[in-house]
Ligand binder design. Structure first.
Ligand code: NDP
Length: 490
């Protein structure tokens, strides 16, 4: 028998539901006020960017092509690694219409297609996004603030780390997650291991095999997860071996370089040590969703949740595409499709909620020019030259400088090439206080060996010829500035 009147019961249920939901989720997930998306609210503002795409992998560029072709001013903020993870792969044979194309080449073509369509590609990194008010504000490393009418998150994913002893200590001096960048540092006298059992592990092994003496794939299970096609490819390499049922417990070294790995062999319940000169991680990826965690709904692993078959997120006007939301397929062609769906969702949002139309587009023309003339790191590189040194003898000649920085790079390393203009710019700025030079690690092998450079980009800092610091990740212009200043202050 129901003793509670129906109206009270409904009220109680709604109250409880509201309370439970608002405890679990940030308020705007549920109470997004649709009336606040209104063109009149933004027409007097500057720096209006109708479509802002954060990230420049297949999802980002595909979204850009669609946005720009619709003549919506579309801005792609590329991030630290323009082109994303595909720039670190070799041949791609499963992208329709491209029977065999190098990853970096595919991304170059996508970028130029997006540019050709009219998208503005900004080589900069988003450091903060405020989604709590509309227009959304997107802040970049180089100090730009865009008032975004709609945002497409396409920041992709990054390689996971193991979190075991030795990993951080030897990162960049024997531990890496980019075989294509670092394989050429190894010789036939050196052995390397790849940790993981998926397609990435198989691919990294085949990238390393032509350089190293032997490559051993360390798989924690009894089988590899890699596709059959990739596993078949491995059979074609005599110097690739696979060890199953092993957990890597520690990366060993002599303080300067990697010397081995400590493994737990589960088939015999024994700890063993395997000598190796290099360790390559290929244990999967995690989403680059830090910018929106706690603001957008994400799953426990940090992937942004999208609604149904759309790319819409828990915040109206914000879309996500690619590996930031896709933990199932992770294929370039799938992510490209998701980018397209996100752009279509963004366009529908602009038209139906914001009141976007051709006249309003035309009123933004002047601003478009404003953005497109912002200097990018690439443009700054055109002035002045930074010297290049190639041998230990040339290094001897610069040893007397109080401070010197060498930037080791290779022509095949996308993050090196991305950082180079910023490095050159910093070199010019601190010319009177610090000697800066570039070192092509592929050509200057004696120098590379001398300083145990096993990963690029790699910045080495010298004080009167003594090595005092090493940094092995790409840095933005601002980070480089802070990096240099900390030494000059000493
Ligand atoms: P996956 O998630 O597919 O594989 C990760 C592998 O790492 C698994 O074998 C997993 O073991 C292992 N692993 C995870 N954590 C640990 C750990 N702590 N210690 C040891 N091993 C660990 O990631 P991938 O990066 O290989 O692939 C991601 C996606 O990208 C896939 O969809 C793949 O198909 C795609 N890809 C496609 C390529 C191509 O087509 N050319 C190339 C590279 C990737 P376990 O199996 O036991 O869980």
């Amino acid at each position: 028998m129901n003793l509670v009147p129906k109206r009270v019961s409904l009220f109680a249920v709604l109250s409880v539901l509201t309370c439970v939901l608002s405890c679990c989720l940030p308020t705007r997930f549920i109470f997004s006020n649709r009336n606040e998306y209104n063109w009149h609210q933004v027409e007097s503002m500057t720096n209006i960017a109708p479509m802002v795409i954060v990230g420049s992998g297949p999802a980002g560029y595909s979204a850009a092509i669609y946005g720009a072709r619709e003549r919506i001013p579309t801005y792609v903020i590329t991030g630290n690694e323009p082109g994303g993870l595909l720039t670190k792969t070799t041949v791609i044979e499963n992208y329709p219409g491209q029977p065999a194309i190098l990853g970096p080449e595919l991304m170059k073509v996508m970028r130029s297609q997006a540019e050709h369509a009219g998208a503005h590609i900004i080589d900069d990194t988003v450091v903060k996004i405020d989604l709590n008010t509309w227009p959304f504000t997107v802040h970049t490393e180089n100090g730009h603030t865009l008032n975004a009418l709609n945002v497409i998150l396409a920041t992709g994913a990054k390689p996971k780390k193991l979190g075991i002893p030795g990993e951080e200590k030897y990162w960049g001096i024997g531990v890496s997650s980019c075989a294509i960048c670092d394989a050429s540092f190894y010789t036939k006298e050196e052995d390397v291991v790849v940790i993981g059992g998926g397609d990435s592990a198989a691919e990294e092994a085949t990238q390393l095999a032509p350089h190293a003496g032997s490559v051993t794939i360390l798989v924690r299970s009894a089988t590899m997860r890699a596709s059959q096609a990739m596993q078949d490819q491995l059979k074609g390499y005599e110097n690739i071996h696979i060890l199953y049922n092993v957990d890597v417990q520690e990366i060993l070294g002599d303080g300067l370089k990697v010397t081995g790995v400590k493994l737990f062999d589960k088939s015999v319940n024994q700890v063993i040590t395997k000598n190796t000169h290099g360790v390559f991680l290929a244990i999967g990826h995690e989403p680059n969703s830090e910018l929106v965690r706690g603001v957008l709904k994400t799953n426990p692993a940090g992937y942004v949740e999208v609604i149904g078959r759309s790319q819409a997120t828990s915040m109206e006007g914000v879309f996500a595409a690619g590996e930031i939301e896709d933990h199932d397929y992770r294929q370039a062609v799938v992510e490209a499709g998701h980018g397209v769906a996100a752009a279509l969702g963004g366009m529908a949002f602009l038209k139906s909620k914001v009141g976007w139309n051709t006249a309003r587009r035309d009123s933004l023309q002047a601003q478009e020019r404003l953005f497109s003339t912002q200097p990018t790191a690439g443009e700054l590189s055109n002035d002045g030259k930074v010297p290049e040194i190639n041998s230990p003898e040339e290094f001897e000649a610069i040893k007397n400088n109080t401070w010197a920085i060498l930037d080791f790079y290779t022509d095949t390393c996308p993050s090196c090439l991305q950082m180079m203009p910023a490095f050159e710019d910093v070199a010019r700025e601190y010319k009177s206080q610090m000697y800066c030079a570039k070192v092509n690690a592929d050509k200057a092998q004696a120098l590379t060996k001398k300083f145990f450079v096993h990963r690029v980009p790699c910045l080495l800092v010298f004080n009167k010829g003594s090595l005092v610091a090493r940094f092995t990740n790409a840095m933005t212009r601002k980070e480089l500035d802070l990096f240099v200043q900390q030494f000059l202050k000493q």
